[in-house]
Design a protein around this ligand. Structure first.
Ligand code: G2I
Length: 668
């Protein structure tokens, strides 16, 4: 394998490390303190369980800074309140007006928010030219065309569509509502709408959405349930049911959770799509949120507006923020019900991000698992996200034959050692030099990215992080090594590519094992293309700024944290740290020396036995999983590679294992 020459290698000799003694398995899997991450915003906290927290948004208010500030701080999903409705989007036959909805779509994409489409077929806000059609052939083609045109326009940008809205009658009849669609097309129109929608955008989730279907015993609920049951039985495409949840001050009916779980048991996702509660009692909100959290297929919650003055029922002050944009009691109740913590506490702790660190390490949590075609010496360079109730770990596997990638997942750290290792070279990622992975969800494209080194900076994408066979073939970020790297790399290696995005741009960092940290930039909209203008983001002597750089956003603050792996005077790996107020800014030392390191053997205790003296290439446990790489400000955890201190020999065959550091001097 020719590329092997580019892989970092024989530094053992170079650094005068002690020759290998017998390999001693000093570490065994040990219990690790379970640190629950507490976020301070609704979206970030919902993301902890793989859910979203959204709001209905009006295009005309995006320019109001009080409004947009709350939207972008708190919400990671957006539903256009009126802009995608038929009367706005196709006011006359065949003439489409996407302007207002496009404004919301671009805002969502620029801020990493998911988009829910609302709504394609609805009797209200329906232009009169549709309402007056009496020919079923005409209405059928008009409806199909509307669905196809609108969904095609937003294809790839919409997470879930309310395909049909409010098609059932109020009251106790359980009948269909007498709309023009029902009257002219008959009972088959909902099925027709869903089938047309599936062909228009096969990747979007297709939802039926309605109100007053939260009480399990209500006739309307039962009627919708029977329809979904019938659709699932006959293979009519339906993926989700939206419960609008426009509640009176008493909040949800006591059977709401039962209703959600009964629908979910039919094999659809359920979502709370338009939540508002008259006078916004804290308990009523908390009960609603809990009903969703208790149902694993309840994938997200949307409130129907941001501030009370934005609500369609403003006089009932039903939302989470008052007219001045202040958080109401209901806000804190919702955040707390999701396991989050009010911002003030996090802001204090962020301000107090300490200037020195102490850690407790687990024993070895993960070791290589060789199989018939992979004889692995080291498990290295872990990347990790917590998503949908699981840790997902990607890592390099090293052997004398070179480097490739492995994936494993588990529900908690005590299960890590028994997880199955999936070798990614079995899929489209292919064999050959692939190392140092970094995983994140790129929300604007609803896609997972795996970034890794191949000699170039490469990536693969996947819509399902839990499917190791779903990764695409490698593509390169650069057409060739940028000139500035060629000019500075000396005899080093181009390694450890790292992507992080803010609300406007994405940045690609890399190291050269020669004292330089490089940074390239593109816009969020252009990502993964357009990485140009590569600059030196930081430099020091070779071993003081070696490799494995990480850049994170610190939650609840305007701070970014940079970690770079260094090689100490004892030849052992350790981490130095810096902070900056922007990703492209200049970095100020935080804990950056051997005596005051970010993480080094001298500030780590090993209750399970000192299995390593190296604290080497790894990643923080994040507060979320998206491209912002947000980490909590408190109780930091770092998944790292370490090795038997006595081991030596060829760099590629060193016995690297993975362990977890937990911060012990957190002020919060
Ligand atoms: O009615 C509450 C919601 C029930 N479920 C479906 C949702 O789509 C619906 O949303 C509301 C919007 O919040 C209102 O903003 O739908 C209403 C229309 O049925 C919207 O009201 C309309 C007014 O009727 C129009 O006069 C006004 O021009 O809002 C328009 C834009 O402000």
């Amino acid at each position: 394998m020719t590329l092997l020459t580019r892989i970092r290698r024989p530094r053992a000799a170079l650094l005068g490390l002690v020759a290998a003694t017998a390999l001693v398995a000093t570490g065994t899997a040990t219990a690790v303190p379970d640190v629950t991450i507490k976020a301070s915003t609704l979206g970030a906290q919902a993301a902890q369980s793989g859910r979203y927290f959204g709001a209905a948004v009006a295009a005309g208010k995006l320019g109001t800074s009080a409004y947009a500030t709350i939207l972008d701080r708190e919400f990671n999903s957006v539903t256009p309140e009126n802009e995608m409705k038929w009367d706005t989007i196709e006011p006359s036959r065949g003439s489409f007006n996407y302007g207002p909805a496009d404004q919301i779509a671009s805002h969502a994409s620029a801020h990493g928010q998911r988009l829910r489409g609302h709504t394609l077929v609805w009797h209200s806000q329906l232009p009169s030219w549709v309402g007056s059609i009496t020919s079923s052939a005409t209405l059928s083609s008009v409806m199909n065309n509307h669905i196809t045109q609108v969904m095609s326009h937003y294809k790839g940008r919409i997470y879930a569509w309310d395909v049909v809205n409010e098609a059932f009658a109020d009251g106790t009849s359980g009948a269909r509502r007498a709309t023009v669609f029902q009257n002219v097309l008959g009972n088959g129109y909902i099925e027709q709408a869903f089938r047309t929608a599936r062909s228009a955008d096969p990747a979007a989730k297709l939802c039926y959405n309605d109100y007053n279907i939260e009480d399990w015993s209500a006739a309307k609920t039962q009627a919708v349930y029977r329809m979904v049951q019938d659709f699932k039985a006959r293979g009519v495409p339906i993926d989700c049911v939206g419960f609008q949840a426009h509640f009176g001050s008493a909040g949800p009916p006591s059977s709401f959770q039962t209703t959600l779980s009964n629908f979910a048991a039919l094999g659809v996702d359920v979502q709370i799509t338009e939540l508002d509660i008259a006078t916004a009692p804290a308990t009523a909100y908390a009960n609603t949120v809990r009903a969703c959290l208790n149902v694993s297929r309840c994938t997200g919650i949307t409130v129907w507006g941001i501030r009370d003055i934005d609500s369609w029922r403003a006089s009932q002050t039903p939302l989470l923020f008052d007219g001045n944009g202040n958080k109401k009691a209901a806000y804190n109740a919702v955040l707390t019900a999701m396991g989050g913590t009010p911002a003030a506490a996090v802001a204090r702790s962020a301000a107090a991000l300490p200037g020195s660190y102490s850690w407790s390490s687990s024993g070895v949590l993960m070791s290589p698992k060789s199989d018939s075609t992979h004889s692995i010496a080291g498990l290295k360079d872990p990347s990790v996200v917590y998503y949908n109730g699981k840790y997902h770990v990607f890592a390099s596997v090293a052997s004398s034959a070179g480097y490739s990638l492995v994936y494993l997942s588990f529900t908690d750290w005590s299960q890590a050692s028994s997880a199955t290792h999936y070798y990614l070279d079995r899929g489209a990622i292919g064999t050959g030099y692939r190392a140092a992975p970094q995983v994140f969800y790129f929300a604007p494209q609803n896609t997972w990215y795996l970034v890794y080194q191949t000699g170039n900076a490469s990536f693969s994408t996947n819509t399902d992080i839990s499917n190791p066979n779903g990764w695409s073939a490698p593509r390169n970020f650069y057409s060739a090594m940028p000139d500035i790297i060629k000019q500075n790399i000396g005899s080093g290696y181009w390694v450890d590519m790292w992507v992080i995005c803010d609300s406007a741009n994405c940045y690609l960092f890399s190291s050269d094992d020669n004292g330089h940290l490089y940074r390239s930039q593109t816009t969020l909209a252009q990502f993964p293309n357009g990485f140009t203008n590569t600059v030196i983001a930081a430099q020091d002597s070779k071993y003081a700024l070696f490799e494995a750089a990480n850049v994170y956003k610190v939650q609840g603050s305007n701070q970014y944290l940079l970690l770079v792996e260094a090689i100490g005077s004892d030849g052992r790996r350790y981490f130095r740290s810096w902070t900056s107020s922007s990703i492209a800014g200049s970095w100020t030392q935080l804990a950056a020396s051997e005596s005051n390191p970010f993480a080094r053997a001298n500030n780590v205790t090993f209750p399970a036995g000192s299995w390593t003296k190296d604290i080497s290439h790894g990643e923080m446990i994040r507060a979320g999983y998206d491209q912002t790489l947000t980490i909590p400000a408190c109780k930091l955890q770092y998944l790292y590679q370490g090795k038997d201190p006595g081991a030596g020999g060829d760099y590629n065959t060193l016995p690297w294992r993975l362990g977890l550091l937990t911060q012990t001097n957190s002020a919060c």
